[in-house]
Design a protein around this ligand. Structure first.
Ligand code: K1U
Ligand code: ZN
Length: 187
């Protein structure tokens, strides 16, 4: 297994629509394994294929120790509203409050092509919506008000210097974040 480089905000791959997966090959399983390793090393609870520069409609999640591989996922039910402070492995150290559906049901297939249905509320529900957004080229900053988004983008203009080539190399065991407090970075 390998830890893959994570693409950060500004890389066009994060804004592209993904392509549905129709073949389940050993290479796909290798990508899934590498995505789990990368997500765990980065202390994330989800990771979508575009974040590692891939165009497959595929995401992995590990929320409260429950792993999910979701291929071609679609939200088939949603209800209520929840506000959650979100971050993104592709926009390190910046956070914002996002309004999402409070409960979602997602249908997808797993790595073996078997149909799966996942219901999520709270962290799992938010993570499902955040990851499925990634598969359609959408980022949590797109849910912020114009002013909050502009402020975050101005901060990102400084922070992105840390990521030459818009690539984040995750070192296993390394703490994430910079020296600033998270509260300062909240929008
Ligand atoms: O897609 C990504 O960038 C991963 C991102 C997904 C996410 C889930 C939920 C809310 C916002 C964003 C993360 O995994 S950020 C890490 C995170 O939010 C977290 C980590 C450990 C415990 C709880 C949350
Ligand atoms: Zn993200």
């Amino acid at each position: 297994m390998s830890i893959l480089p994570i693409r950060v905000l500004g890389d066009p791959v994060l804004r592209e629509e993904t392509k549905p997966v129709d073949t389940f090959t050993p290479e796909l399983q290798q990508l899934i394994d590498d995505m789990f390793e990368t997500m765990h090393a980065a202390h994330g609870v989800g990771l979508a294929a575009p974040q590692v520069g891939r165009s497959e409609r595929l995401t992995v999640l590990d929320v409260h120790g429950e792993r999910h591989v979701l291929i071609n996922p679609e939200i088939v039910e949603r209800e209520g509203t929840i506000k959650w402070e979100e971050g993104c492995l592709s926009i390190p150290d910046l956070y914002g409050d996002v309004s999402r559906s409070a409960r979602v049901v997602v249908e997808a297939v797993d790595a073996g092509g078997k149909a799966v249905r996942v219901e999520g509320t709270e962290l799992l529900g938010v993570c499902l919506q955040h990851e499925i957004d990634h598969l359609h080229g959408k980022l949590f900053i797109d849910h912020l008000s114009f002013l909050k988004r502009q402020k975050l983008l101005a901060e990102w203009d400084e922070k992105k210097q840390k990521y030459p080539g818009l690539i984040r190399i995750v070192v296993p065991g390394e703490e994430d974040g910079d020296d600033d407090s998270r509260e300062d970075e909240k929008l």
